[in-house]
Design a protein around this ligand. Structure first.
Ligand code: ACO
Length: 327
């Protein structure tokens, strides 16, 4: 096998959402808000919330097991586990190691990746680098979050936006031809810029306040930057492959806000029917949102083997990124 010809091919995907659904109407009894305000500004109608004692690694392990089942693989087949999360069970050890253990994976390596809502795109890109280097054979790439634990439930500006959940994708190193016809990750583009910290951050941490802290956001400021940054990084991915929006079968964006999704899709010329949207039922599940949306579109038959899928995200930091995958 020639190393330059390796591709990271999708073998399967899985998802898990906690049972408890929190509707906008219920939220309107907790803070001064309404279903109408939330739906109009964000597109969100409801979100799932983890049960007391239900941790990020438990959600991640359920999604990962579903991905293994979907791929027809077992724990013995996985030698790399990357969990993208900003809501780890503990400060350490890494949530990925707890998922690795829960699944009975004894070989290889597991670690977390922190890029907030861009975590899944960063984790997929990292796994792709490992697999195409020839060092590892099969990766579980997981996005798992319990953002409900970071929220200030008295702040109506943020508590209505987020939800809990997990999604996972299995990538396998396979020999390709380095052409656009290859299945697998064809290109990926990551960016970050720490000057934007104050627009979206958590006001605590072990190294500063010794507390977990709460999520804080200047919503308008995030919105102002989001569409430009997202469209830039999508254009980077398309131009790296010499493609246009018309060549892409499915745009699967990070699910933060319906208005950001619609504005970016429209700016780039993606037809609305090619955009996978779950935000109305999941809210913003941060690193879990893209694999949850991917799994939903695969299981309902929209995304099929051979389709060109473009994923993109923007998150705290800011971090932002995109990747094009031939499914
Ligand atoms: N219900 C009712 N009123 C509200 C609520 C609420 N839940 N939240 C805020 N308001 C009020 C504000 O207090 C303000 O009232 P005022 O005019 O009396 O002061 C008014 O609504 C307008 O507030 P804005 O924050 O300016 O509202 P905006 O139109 O910008 O909408 C929103 C807020 C939805 C957060 C919007 O800015 C947005 O979508 N930003 C992007 C946020 C985002 O997507 N973040 C996540 C992306 S990155 C990541 O995923 C981590």
């Amino acid at each position: 096998m020639h190393l330059a010809n390796l591709r990271s091919v999708v073998r399967g995907c899985g998802a898990y959402l906690p049972e408890r659904i929190l509707t906008n109407d219920e939220l309107s009894r907790m803070v001064d808000t309404s279903d109408e305000w939330i739906a109009q500004r964000t597109g969100i109608r409801e979100r799932h919330i983890a049960a007391e004692g239900e941790t990020t690694s438990q959600l991640g392990a359920k999604a990962a097991q579903a991905a293994l089942d979907n791929a027809g693989l077992t724990a013995d087949d996985i030698d790399l586990v990357i969990c993208a999360t900003s809501t780890p069970d503990y400060t350490f050890p890494a949530t990925a190691t707890q998922i690795q253990h829960a699944l009975g994976i004894k070989q290889g390596v597991a670690f977390d990746l922190q890029a907030v809502c861009s975590g899944f795109v960063f984790a997929l890109t990292t796994a792709d680098k490992f697999l195409t280097s020839g060092s590892h054979k099969r990766a579980l790439v997981i996005g798992a979050e319990t953002f409900s634990r970071l929220l200030d439930w008295e702040d109506r500006g943020t508590c209505v936006l987020f939800g809990d959940g997990a999604g996972a994708v299995i990538l396998e190193a396979q020999t390709g031809t380095q052409s656009l016809k290859d299945r697998g990750v064809l290109t990926s583009h990551l960016r970050s810029d720490g000057q934007h910290r104050s627009k979206l951050f958590v006001d605590g941490g072990p190294g500063s306040t010794r507390t977990v802290g709460h999520l804080r956001m200047e919503g308008r400021e995030v919105f102002r930057f989001a569409v430009g940054m997202i469209t830039d990084v999508i254009e980077d991915a398309l131009s790296a492959l010499g493609l246009t929006a018309a060549d892409i079968d499915w745009l699967v964006p990070h699910q933060a806000n319906r208005r950001i999704i619609d504005a970016s899709a429209q700016k780039l010329g993606f037809a609305p029917e090619k955009v996978v949207v779950t935000v109305e039922r999941h809210g913003n599940t941060s690193a879990a949102s893209i694999p949850l949306a991917l799994c939903e579109a695969v299981s309902d038959g929209r995304i099929k083997k051979g389709d060109l899928v473009l994923i993109e995200s923007l998150g705290g930091g800011f971090t932002w990124g995109s990747a094009i995958i031939r499914w």
